[in-house]
Design a protein around this ligand. Structure first.
Ligand code: SF4
Length: 240
């Protein structure tokens, strides 16, 4: 049986049951089931640092990777170093095939201003696709109430976009629960969150939000885009 069929079989029996699992139970199951073939994916937003801290409390080795677009805020790079020191881990940094200069040469300058979908494809989606080919499952920190595309996410599901199991330990949490956790356990977080940046991506495509604005209004301002393309469609199986 290939990995794909095996993954979908595994889900068939567990998906409903997993909806009542705690985040810690979900993470323990993921690490015990997949070992080195599962990794936590984080962009080091509030949710990402929360899931990283939860994984560290299980007392077992875990892999953590990030998509480094080379356009991140200095505060995000500093936070990554703080996370490595705090948890004694090395973050796997996944880079795009093209450097920023090569992208400018091949696709023209400021691609994010003209075609952010193409820029995200080059700097996030394709590097992620390549990396996920080396895994059987990945762990994300998405929550259902973040965007309409995430509203039907399950705690464990088949990721039809990338062809592996996707595990979302805090899928049913609210933002308030995330921040309670961060303060309770003194988890390091990005100081930009205290300067009206509820979510933080690349410097070119993130701005602070004003009072009353949607928390994701600061991402890709001026475009209808709300997602990088990393968290898209799930299989019909995962929507049952
Ligand atoms: S968030 Fe902006 S700069 Fe970053 S990869 Fe996407 S379009 Fe490019």
């Amino acid at each position: 049986m290939n990995d794909r069929l095996h993954g979908q079989d595994l889900l068939a029996g567990l998906q409903s049951q997993a909806e009542s699992w705690t985040p810690a139970h979900t993470l323990r199951w993921a690490l015990q089931t997949f070992g080195d073939r599962v990794a936590v994916s984080s962009a080091f937003g509030a949710e990402g640092v929360t899931v990283t801290d939860m994984a560290s409390r299980l007392g077992v080795r875990f892999r953590l990777f990030t998509l480094d677009t080379e356009f991140l805020f200095p505060e995000t790079y500093s936070l990554m170093e703080a996370i490595e020191r705090r948890y004694g881990i090395t973050i796997e940094r996944i880079y795009p095939q093209l450097s920023p200069e090569e992208q400018d040469r091949l696709h023209g300058p400021h691609l994010w201003e003209r075609d952010p979908d193409q820029c995200c494809r080059l700097r996030k989606v394709e590097p992620l696709r390549q990396h996920l080919r080396t895994l059987n499952a990945w762990i994300t920190s998405i929550r259902r109430d973040q965007t309409s595309a995430r509203a039907h996410a399950r705690r464990i599901e088949w990721d039809a976009s990338f062809g592996l199991i996707k595990i979302n330990p805090i899928v049913d949490w609210t933002s308030a629960q995330v921040w309670d956790y961060i303060y309770r356990y003194d988890v390091p977080f990005n100081p930009l969150h205290q300067q009206n940046y509820p979510t933080i991506g690349c410097t070119h495509c993130t701005r602070a939000v004003s009072a009353g604005e949607d928390p994701r209004a600061g991402r890709w301002p001026g475009f209808a885009k709300t997602e990088c393309g990393l968290h898209g469609s799930s299989s019909p199986q995962s929507e049952t």
